[in-house]
Design a protein around this ligand. Structure first.
Ligand code: NAD
Ligand code: ZN
Ligand code: ZN
Length: 343
């Protein structure tokens, strides 16, 4: 089969690899029908995720059709159409029993990081019963691909951790796919204001169509303090992963507010406890657990949430090298999510 293979920082190829086979009885082999590229794959390509070894197939998002199951798989049969969660979980270890699948003792984020991933014609998914979801016939498959990672990430790490409540003033720093997923799912809770901050005007204009009430491209702290009469916001969601944007969150948070960090940080940030110690704020971090995926799937199937709006570019799977170039130049290409289809 063909797959997108990582060969160290900056090096990748669309290459022949052996088709995966069942290793453990709880595995499934899936023929990928649609996959996508994540900002995290770009982090891997830069060498920011050093545990990824030369020769690994990338990708942790996608949907496909079950080709083969091990004897220990009971919920899925050959021919079923499935959503592959970016997080693999056994369902029975201590972490899984707490719903913290991201820290599953034998799983977590392993696809496209520790084991071969979904940017390929076929993928092996361990613990299939607890890591896959059935997809009904006739649904918009592009919408469903957004449920592998970005929608549960924006919702769990941003909206749920931020504890957004009706009437809240919310600021989301970063209008990439993750910040936009937080914007879409924040609206479940009817906040009064959702202020989007990004230096990319194109992404801000998309945020506007997704329900943002205010857009800020410069002087974020000053502008947000002005908008909130000097009080700050109830919830600040960090969806970039650099110290400058975490600093914005610290400077705009109202007394009693929540700072929900989503971004993957490669460097340390300065925590301003000299200002915040008395502000009764909560700061949270989370690796997506995908524990809300079944709920989000129901909302997407109902038509109330349309994550397919995040898709800007479409390619055949065998054009994935070009798709990486497009996604890697997101601002110039006006790209959000790219969809790769295996025909
Ligand atoms: N916690 C988790 O489980 C989890 C899961 C998936 C992704 N992530 C992380 O979430 C973050 C966002 O992901 P994404 O795919 O949306 O990334 P992205 O790179 O597409 O989006 C980041 C956005 O931030 C904007 N930006 C950069 N610097 C800025 C600044 N100084 N001020 C304002 N805006 C700025 C960029 O223009 C871009 O639109 C990444 O760090 C990613 O690795 C975390
Ligand atoms: Zn991802
Ligand atoms: Zn587990």
């Amino acid at each position: 089969m063909k797959a997108l293979v990582y060969h160290g920082p900056g090096k990748r190829g669309w290459e022949e690899k052996p088709k995966p086979a069942i290793i453990n009885s709880t595995d499934a082999i899936i023929r990928i029908t649609k996959t996508t590229i994540c900002g995290t794959d770009l982090h891997i390509m830069k060498g920011d995720v050093p545990e990824v070894i030369d020769g690994l197939v990338l990708g942790h998002e996608g949907i496909g059709v079950i080709e083969e199951v091990g004897p220990g798989v009971s919920n899925f049969k050959v021919g079923n159409k499935v959503l592959i969660s970016c997080i693999t979980s056994c369902g029975s270890c201590d972490s899984c029993k707490k719903g913290m699948y991201s820290h599953c003792e034998t799983g977590g984020w392993i696809l496209g990081r520790l084991i071969n991933g979904t940017q390929a014609e076929y993928v092996r998914t361990p613990n299939a019963d607890t890591s896959l979801h059935h997809i009904p016939d006739g649904v918009d498959e592009e919408a469903i691909v957004m449920l592998s990672d970005i929608l549960p990430t924006g919702f769990e790490c941003g909206v749920l951790k931020g504890e957004i409540k009706p009437g809240d003033k919310v600021a989301i720093i970063g209008a990439g796919p993750i910040g936009l997923a937080a914007l879409l799912t924040a609206q479940f809770y009817s906040p009064a204001e959702i202020i989007m901050v990004d230096s990319d005007e194109n992404r801000l204009s998309i945020a506007k169509t997704f329900g943002a009430t205010r857009l800020i491209s410069h002087n974020a702290v000053e502008e947000i303090m002005k908008l909130t009469s000097g009080k700050g916001v109830d919830v600040a969601i960090e969806a970039v992963g650099i110290s400058a944007t975490f600093d914005i969150c610290q400077s705009i948070i109202a007394a009693g507010g929540h700072i929900a960090n989503i971004g993957v940080h490669g460097k340390s940030v300065e925590l301003h406890l000299e200002k915040l110690w008395s502000s009764n704020i909560t700061i949270t971090t989370r690796l997506v657990d995908t524990v809300t995926t079944p709920m989000l799937l129901k909302i997407v199937l109902s038509g109330k949430l349309k994550p397919e709006k995040l898709v800007t570019h479409r390619f055949a799977l065998n054009e994935i090298m070009k798709a990486y170039d497009t996604f890697g130049n997101a601002a110039k290409e006006k790209a959000l999510k790219v969809i790769l289809t295996n025909n």
